[in-house]
Design a protein around this ligand. Sequence first.
Ligand code: ADP
Ligand code: MG
Length: 368
Amino acid sequence: MAQVSLQQVAKTYDKHTVFSGLDLHVRDGECFTLLGPSGCGKTVTLRLIAGFEQPTAGTVAIGPRTVSDPARNLAEPPEARRIGVVFQDYAVWPHRTVLENVAYPLMIQNIPRPELTERVRLAIEQVNLTGLEARLPGQLSGGQQQRVALARALVSRPEVMLLDEPLCNLDAHLREEMRFEIKELQRTTGVTILYVTHDQEIALAISDRLAVMDRAGNIRQTGTPEDIFERPADPFVFAFMGVANFIPVALEGGQAVLPGQDRPLDLDHGLAHTLSTPPPGTQFLACRPSDLEPVRESAQIFGRVRRKNLLGAEIDLRVDLGGTEVRVRQDTRQALEQGLIFEEGDTCGLKLHAAHWFDHAAENGGAA
Ligand SMILES: Nc1ncnc2c1ncn2[C@@H]1O[C@H](COP(=O)(O)OP(=O)(O)O)[C@@H](O)[C@H]1O
Ligand SMILES: [Mg+2]
């Protein structure tokens, strides 16, 4: 298997620069996700690695081999790169059976029949399609069709698999199932996986590490799912990973005062170990809706309920803090048990369980 390394890669189309100095290092055998909003350059990155396109500058290396280096006029062709690719719209051939679809890459390489048969059998087994070899794609579910595409990529024994949003056309249930299977595939084959998506849930679920890219093609943070979720490098990353509250903060003698509050935020009252004091220059407190817990006693923050939405197991509250609306998520059963059901217009006390301090808010609300 192999690592993948992009160094100072630039890609420009006419006058449009997708990125100007991209560094990306995927380790041997890891499942790495490039996560970013639509149009940030994820597919272009995969096309550069696969060799369908050449960088304007910089180098691409797979394992020990430099495969693209425009400064040296070096461009290894795609078929020499030992890469398997599954694109979102890379459809399987509708008039060929599962077996024929998966066998095709080996047929064109003139692999001898006994070896071909064994490798096709193994690839089909690896994606859990054994027994469906004679079916046509039209007789398969969307998830099964994507597995045919995966098997067809695996059968050539690639060192690296590039997956471009392969699950985004599937319904929520299938998506969940498939993400376990992709993870399992990586474990059993040891193949290096580079997965690109705009879906932060998938990225958190399948990645050993991930990189978060912004709209301008800059990588804002690289780390484990826990790093990215718990220790976001900046407001963009925080907002991109889920619903985000950015509450403006005034610092008074080093203490944070939130809108509509008559005293500074008491940081010793919540789950104190998760709350740090705001550093100088803090402008915003960022938190998730689930970090704000409605309470009857020992509240740190007071607001007024503007909207209440019952979502089944959870209640979504919009709470006004001196003109700033924050989103609060309440567990329905717990709210009922504790008699903490609020109505629109009620005053509501909140406890803060986690906070990130930032000197600016996210450019535009992120994924929320
Ligand atoms: N062949 C091309 N010619 C011109 N612009 C392109 C081409 N391919 C991609 N782009 C532009 O590069 C940017 C990144 O595209 P892409 O990598 O497809 O984004 P995504 O992150 O959604 O996969 C977009 O602004 C897109 O319009
Ligand atoms: Mg894309």
